[in-house]
Design a protein around this ligand. Structure first.
Ligand code: AMP
Length: 193
């Protein structure tokens, strides 16, 4: 997939999300299951060793947060993480696992609605041998569209092509997104909940 066409599709999606945000802003500001931090998009979070600014975080619960992606594989590709920074899914308590997956479902539903699709890829690369580059459990949520990959499972090849610092991995020609682009997407997503 060409970097330019993905960037263009992302821009279209963010513009559409902003229109939806305007419709939903009242609901978003009164929702009770997000922390006040998320609504104010103030404090940042730790994603493994990476300090993520609050502007990149679009959904939070007491145990879980979701952030927009530096290098999305498809438009709408986001990450859902336990608040506690630990590398392995198997390190999580039952309570953290429940909250993480409940949150994934909430976000998946919203993304499928906004991207007008009924399918998503959910993935965890759990440990370095599985392709994990950021040592903090994260569920990749990717809304899927007809024809987004030549072969459906090519999505997994693209998920492998990251370096935690945003530097180029083998045959990855996608530049990291700007802070402004990620902030705009997070603003739009935040208003969906
Ligand atoms: P994995 O290779 O499964 O560990 O996935 C790491 C994910 O983290 C990839 O989707 C990266 O694009 C994403 N990522 C890395 N650094 C950042 C960052 N600063 N902000 C947002 N996403 C990031």
């Amino acid at each position: 997939m060409l970097a330019r066409s993905l960037a263009a599709r992302n821009a279209v999606v963010v513009a559409r999300l902003h229109r939806a945000s305007a419709r939903r802003i009242v609901a978003a500001t009164t929702r009770s299951d997000m922390s006040s931090d998320a609504r104010a998009h103030g404090d940042g979070v730790s994603f493994g060793p990476i300090a993520i600014p609050g502007a990149q975080v679009f959904y939070e619960t007491s145990q879980t947060f979701a952030l927009v992606n530096l290098k999305p594989v498809v438009p709408g590709h986001v990450l859902v993480c336990p608040r506690r920074s630990t590398p392995k899914f198997t390190d999580l308590s039952d309570e953290e696992i429940s909250d993480l997956w409940r949150t994934v479902a909430v976000i998946q539903r919203a993304l499928e609605r906004e991207h007008d699709t009924s399918s998503s890829t959910l993935a965890i690369q759990d440990g370095p041998l599985a392709g994990q580059t950021v040592p903090h459990v994260h569920v990749h949520v990717l809304p899927r569209r007809v024809g987004d990959f030549a072969r459906n499972d090519d999505v997994y090849d693209d998920l492998e092509r990251w370096n935690a610092d945003g530097s180029k991995a083998l045959d990855d020609d996608r530049p990291p997104r700007s802070a402004e682009e990620m902030r705009a997407e997070a603003d739009a997503l935040r208003a969906l909940f």
